[in-house]
Design a protein. Sequence first.
Lengths: 130, 151
Amino acid sequence: MSEVTVGTQLPTIEQRATLTTSVMYAGASGDMNPLHYDEGFAADVSPTGGIIAHGMFSMGLASRVLTGFVDGPEDVLEIQVRFTRPWPLGTTSTFGGKVSAIEDGVATVELHGTNESGDRILRGKGRVRV
Amino acid sequence: MALNRDKVGTSYPPYTYEVAREKIREYATALGETDPRYFSDGDDCVAPPTFAACFTLTKGGEAAFADPELGTHTTLVHGSQRYAFGDRPMRPGDTLVCTPRIADISDRGSNEFLVIEVDCRFADTDELACRSEATIVFLGSAERDGQEGAA
């Protein structure tokens, strides 16, 4: 890894949410809430009126930003996120992060997920060994 | 009906979870992961950090949601999530002992915030694998001025 300083931007990940990504995440994680794949159910209960991606799918992608930046999962000490907006299927979100502090070989990274309009769907923080 | 604040601090019986290679592979595939260790047949296979979602959310919340004294309802969203990890990564064959606990209940406006903590330890050494803190937002059920919430 190249030298890490406060302000270092982590490489971003772009992801489109689709019925396929949603069904795969539901099966993999065991979160079978139909809000994430059943149109009829989502029409009744979704904040957007349509199917939205799992919050944990977006957290998983934010986590990928961290593990891709360091040497892998062993270097991730902590990750925390707030799900600030729903992520509707058919839209693309971009996940990234920026180093905000470094102390005793541990970097704090401010994490974000941003939708196509530039609004945050996720905000969070990670602590990684660097 | 509002959540019962007397339940803060309540621990539920531990459950076990066995980490499996194919499950790690399936989870990593769903996230579009590319680290070859997530897909390895060898001893270097390791789970990505949020693999913990597989055993801390649905399973971790089961006991709390089944507790009639807590008074959960189904108008809810996942508000936030935190994972803190120990020094040892999770690998295929590891058995984890997971203990859920009601860490906090609070309200803001008409919404209530339930924090479910799940402490997950390796069965063989009792070392921390991860600690999960899920904040579930129950919409509209907070009591205001002694009245029931609007929803």
